[in-house]
Design a binder for this molecule. Structure first.
Ligand code: TNX
Length: 540
């Protein structure tokens, strides 16, 4: 059956006849399951061409959807025999996962949006009991470095749902572009949503284009994205990065920058990759500006967690700025790290007062971790370990393991080879919970996330190539009950199931990396990357 991610338990009775789905099949949706039934009907009727109408009350057989309060919200059972396919779950999210499993059982063509001639549809007789290992199974999508138009984001959400992932960490702002409409500050999309040109490949290559790049989502676009994701039981966690990674915003509103040390009025949205020195100034006015921004963010995004970045904030301008130094003195702080911490803590309480929780990159640990904050551990496991031991929730996403911008094979053929070699097998052997954590601390690892930074992906086709097939392996790490010891994982078994999964990705129209390497048009000959040699974890 080649299910990915692998379910907890699967039983296949010997010689039992399969369920046949045909033009007469009806869907019976018990109370509470209507939303999932509507979506299942939409997807399967598009793929099969059958109406799959609601079953008249009391009619037996067909597809049955029901809730079972003895199961957890994301836990489900799927049982199929010749007479019926029954999906039950603790809540709609679990039922939605069951529906995805059903799609996999129906075969790759179930992922198409119109029927192929002569298709037939069967579900093998089976009993499945399934539940996820982690509650946060995420993917970060960076739409700042290269904008992804709305249609691509909706498609990406479908891809997450097909792999039972449930968090889209939406990286909306950075030095190179601001992508979220803020009504109060129109220059954020007027000026900061585009740049004049871009670096092509890594800095050392010295290559640039002359192509303006930009785009942004209106608030209605974002509401649509949030609702589309919610219908698939995916939470969109917005990221508005501060106080670093802010050159685009500073270019749009020069008063946000450190005006006593740089002529911020002369800045544009950044056209380089890397970490800009142009960070926010730490004044009260800047805090107010970002409160106003966040007020609009909270209206659009209902998620409990709001990501405020906090990463890679070079302190040079604060060191040189008399205004920042005066602020440090006024607040009785020790240094620039405490100043950054002050900014983060400010927004931590601000969010908490509004019933939300701050999550930030592990740098927010520097200078004191804000109480109640959660951490995305990206510079290895260390930040996550420290945070979990101190009782903070952690999402493990170490760059050495699950940065999907990093190359997936050695050799010159990989397009814009960046970072460590992280093959499909490496991702499959990634373990989110480090063995150093005792049981209590390990419980603070609420999940894991693969991060898709797009400096070196120009468009959705490049994203497809870098993300797949590795996201399938990542989904199994995040969902399935794999051996905690990476060496004990059944890689050969996973690879064999992938043979059944590639046709699904094909049917979805995903331009993944094939096991034998990039196709000619997937290569980027001559564009310089930054391969890191050696094993992950070694300093580079
Ligand atoms: C580090 S992860 C970053 C990103 C880059 C990425 C490239 C993190 C918090 N910061 O800004 O895009 O590396 O791999």
């Amino acid at each position: 059956m080649d299910l990915i991610p692998a379910p907890l338990h699967v039983q296949t009775p010997d010689d039992a006849a399969p369920f046949v789905l045909d033009a007469g099949t009806r869907i019976a949706a018990a109370p509470g399951t209507e939303g999932v039934a509507r979506r299942l009907r939409a997807e399967l009727s598009a793929a099969t061409g059958f109406d799959l109408d609601p079953a008249p009350a009391g009619q037996a057989g067909g597809l049955l959807l029901a809730l079972d309060e003895t199961l957890a919200a994301e836990e489900y059972r799927l049982s199929a025999d010749a007479g019926e396919v029954r999906l039950t779950a603790g809540g709609p999210a679990g039922l939605s996962h069951a529906a995805q499993t059903l799609r996999q059982l129906l075969g790759p063509a179930a992922y198409r949006t119109a029927p192929l001639p002569g298709a037939s549809w069967t579900v093998p007789a089976v009993e499945i009991h399934d539940a996820p290992r982690f509650g946060w199974r995420g993917a970060l999508l960076d739409v700042s470095r290269h904008f992804m138009p709305k249609a691509g984001v909706l498609r990406f959400i479908d891809q997450l749902a097909a792999h039972k992932l449930n968090v889209l960490h939406f990286h909306l702002t950075d030095d190179q572009g601001w992508r979220i409409e803020i009504k109060r500050y129109p220059e954020l999309t007027g000026t900061a949503a585009w740049r004049e040109r871009s670096m092509v490949g890594y800095r050392a290559g010295g290559r640039r284009d002359d192509q303006p790049h930009g785009g942004y989502y209106t608030q209605d676009d974002l509401r649509e994205i949030v609702a589309y994701a919610a219908a698939r039981h995916i939470t969109v966690v917005p990221e508005v990065d501060l106080p670093g990674h802010n050159q685009a915003a500073v270019a749009a509103y020069p008063e946000l920058g450190n005006t006593d040390v740089v002529d911020t009025a002369a800045l544009g949205t950044w056209t380089d990759w890397g970490v800009s020195e142009n960070i926010l100034n730490p004044s009260e006015a800047t805090l107010r500006f970002y409160e106003h921004v966040l007020e609009e963010v909270l209206e659009i995004f209902p998620s409990t967690f709001v990501h405020l970045g906090g990463d890679e904030c070079p302190k040079d301008q604060w060191k040189a700025s008399p205004a920042a130094q005066a602020r440090i003195a006024e607040l009785g702080l020790k240094d620039e790290f405490e100043l950054q911490s002050h900014v983060i803590r400010h927004f931590d309480s601000w969010l908490a007062e509004r019933g939300r929780r701050l999550i930030g990159w592990d740098e927010i640990l520097e200078g004191g971790l804000a109480p109640g904050a959660a951490v995305s551990s990206w510079r290895g496991y260390e930040g996550g370990i420290a945070a979990a031991q101190a009782g903070h929730d952690v999402v493990m996403c170490p760059e050495q393991h699950v940065y999907l911008d990093h190359r997936q094979a050695p050799g010159d053929e990989e397009p814009i080879p960046v970072g460590w070699v992280r093959t499909l097998e490496d991702v499959y052997r990634f373990e989110p919970v480090p063995p150093q954590l005792d049981e209590a601390a390990a419980r603070h690892v609420i999940g894991t996330q693969a991060n898709i930074w797009t400096e070196f992906m120009f468009d959705g086709r490049d994203v497809d190539y870098k993300v797949f097939p590795r996201l399938a392996a990542f989904a199994e790490v995040a969902w399935s009950d794999l051996p905690r010891d990476p060496a004990a994982r059944d890689w050969a078994g996973f690879e064999a199931r992938m043979a059944g999964h590639y046709p699904r990705l094909d049917a979805l129209g995903i331009e993944y990396r094939r096991p034998d390497g990039p196709r000619p048009w997937q290569r980027k000959p001559g564009i310089v990357g930054r391969p890191i040699d050696g094993r992950p974890g070694e300093t580079c």
